[in-house]
Design a protein around this ligand. Structure first.
Ligand code: UD1
Length: 356
């Protein structure tokens, strides 16, 4: 008989794609796999493109500031807990795997009450609040980096396993020619991929649009804007989309440098693809996790970081200092490949198999 594992997590792509990388490695002959996510979260759209069954629960956000929504969300969180409890009793999984995000807290608590072992993974150097809550109820706490351990109380630390970040294998089967045909990128011009994280990044979009003439004079720009800020810009040496699906693998294969936010999932993917990056971390309205993520990759010498208010001149000079300097670019590429060589997905799928 097959074992069953339920995955949970969502809110942004960073709480979904690494778990899909684990699923990619699991032996489907041995496992039935399903996902618990929010009824209206972005994870639903991602999962519905796969053949993984999806169960929606009501979900609320845990905010650090006072808001009327905190009150209504308390009811949604409670409803999410009861719905999770019902689903776990019905589906009887052997394991619940959480990839974090607020939606994961009610299923994790319900699993704890039903004595179903919970594995929780976090990609960020400074793990999110949901993971820190889930950690108390977890059988094992899986982390991408050693330095994340210090964010957990001493009594939980013997549950920690440093696994690295799971990265989708399918991202590395890309083909440069397919990417050239898709984007129209000519031979001979360096290709810069601009990514704003799963939701897009207004600050980065502004830097690109404000400096588009000077950028496209020297480089071919491939720009992921996010759904909210997509602009159908028709311009030579520019290719823009709101979001990349599987074609991202081809785009990775073609790119020389990535300009990006510093979401943890993306940073590990760039490293695994041997891609140097210029990082512009999200700072305002966040708990600073992207700055910490970026610092670690700067230390590994595969990334540079720009912070705060960035003017066009600084932006263009920093790009030129990397791309126009062959030796520097090659050094950063090698450092990225070195940083990304651990295979988190394989290790995590082995850890899961060993529980049964
Ligand atoms: C605003 C916000 O809350 N950001 C957080 C969120 O970022 P975000 O959701 O942007 O997360 P990541 O950068 O970790 O991952 C983005 C994922 O989306 C994929 N992708 C992105 C663009 C695209 O067009 N196609 C595509 O497939 C990437 O390949 C990657 O797998 O989770 C991260 C991991 O916990 C955190 O570090 C970030 O701080």
């Amino acid at each position: 008989m097959k074992n069953r594992i339920l995955f949970t997590g969502g809110g942004t792509g960073g709480h979904v794609y690494p778990a899909l990388a684990v699923i990619e490695r699991m032996n489907k002959e041995n496992w039935d796999i399903a996902w618990i996510g929010s009824t209206e979260g972005m994870e639903r759209g991602i999962l519905e493109k796969t053949d993984i069954p999806y169960y929606g629960i009501p979900s609320g956000k845990l905010r650090r500031y006072v808001s009327l929504k905190n009150f209504t969300d308390l009811f949604r969180i409670a409803a999410g807990f009861f719905r999770s409890f019902y689903l776990l009793r019905k589906l009887k999984p052997q394991i619940l795997f959480s990839k974090g995000g607020f939606v994961s807290v009610p299923p994790v608590m319900a699993a704890y009450f039903l004595r179903i072992p919970v594995f929780t993974h976090d990609s960020d150097i400074a793990p999110g609040l949901a993971t820190r809550i889930n950690a108390r109820f977890a059988h094992r706490i899986l982390l991408s980096s050693e330095e994340s351990g210090k964010f957990f109380p001493l009594r939980l630390r013997d549950k920690i396993i440093v696994t690295g970040n799971p990265v989708r294998k399918s991202l590395f089967s890309g083909d440069r020619d397919t990417a050239r045909t898709m984007t129209g990128a000519p031979e001979g011009k360096p290709v810069i991929l601009v990514m704003g994280g799963s939701l897009g990044a207004e600050q980065i979009n502004r830097l690109i649009f404000d400096n588009i003439d000077r950028l496209t004079e020297k480089y071919f720009i491939i720009h992921q804007t996010g759904e909210k800020n997509f602009r159908a810009l028709e311009k030579e040496n520019y290719y823009g989309v709101p979001f990349f699906n599987e074609e991202l693998a081809h785009i990775f294969a073609l790119s020389d440098l990535v300009v990006s936010r510093a979401g943890a999932g993306a940073l590990w993917e760039f490293a695994a693809a041997g891609l140097p990056s210029l990082l512009i971390p999200l700072e305002s309205g966040s708990r600073g996790e992207q700055v910490r993520n970026a610092e670690v990759f700067v230390e590994k010498e595969c990334s540079l970081m720009l912070r705060g208010k960035i003017d066009g001149e600084t932006f263009l000079d920093t790009i030129a200092n990397i791309v126009d300097n062959e030796k520097k670019l090659a050094g950063m590429k090698a450092a990225a490949a070195e940083a990304g060589k651990s295979d988190g997905a394989a290790l995590i799928s082995r850890i899961i198999e060993e529980v049964i």
